[in-house]
Design a protein around this ligand. Sequence first.
Ligand SMILES: [Cu+2]
Length: 277
Amino acid sequence: MASIFSCVVRSTSTAGISAWRTNLSSVNRMIHKSPVTKANRVPCGCRRNLSTESPKLPQMPPEPGEGKSPVTWKSVGITLGLGGVFLAGMVYWKSIKDAAIEKEKVKTIGKASLGGEWELVDSTGKVRTDKDFHGQWILLYFGFTHCPDVCPEELEKIVEAVDLIDERKDIPNLQPIFITVDPERDTPKAVAEYIAEFSPKLIGMTGSVAQIEKVTRAFRVFFSAGPKDDDNDYIVDHSIITYLVGPDGYFVNYYGQNKKAHEIANDVRVQMAKFKM
Ligand SMILES: [Cu+2]
């Protein structure tokens, strides 16, 4: 039993020593191999009381991420993200701008079909054509001299808008033109007397029935003479539209009866600014 016990004890103590050595060796290996890091570093707490110099700390190996460039994946990601948003904004803005240009092109093509060539007689009896006015901005109105109220009101408004434009020296002048839709009664003399009531700037036009029909067709103006009364007087139904004609002789914009003089003038200024021959 003793030998058995002694064997067990010896055996146990040999194994224990062996295990202890192994453990010690492992601990030693761990101590020697472990790098000195901030985590396992023990500050000494020493101070140089007699010196004003800052204590020089021992150079430590850089930690992961320490001493690296300030450009990180995160900052690259944010920059790319912001750049992407900016680019998307630019693309969106350009698409809106392109759509507006395309819309404007379509409108311009549609507008170009109004206006064109015409030949009439002015209030002095002189033959005038559309070409005489090329290079000028025109505010054009169709009416008749016997019109009781609408035509006088519209012509007053047109003259007011023209004066507002003409007082500006940085933009071209505007030429107001009145064309009658009642050539039967509106002779050059009748037109001359009529336009004199509004402004010396106003040019009045009449012509043969065929000439008036041609110019009203060009601007798609509707007119229709009503029945004559006992005094041979009659009313002519007609479109109440003022046309802005560009220096190329073609329609640029129109203004209905509801537009005020300053609104017309403001729009004319805008149209002049964006006009391209
Ligand atoms: Cu009228």
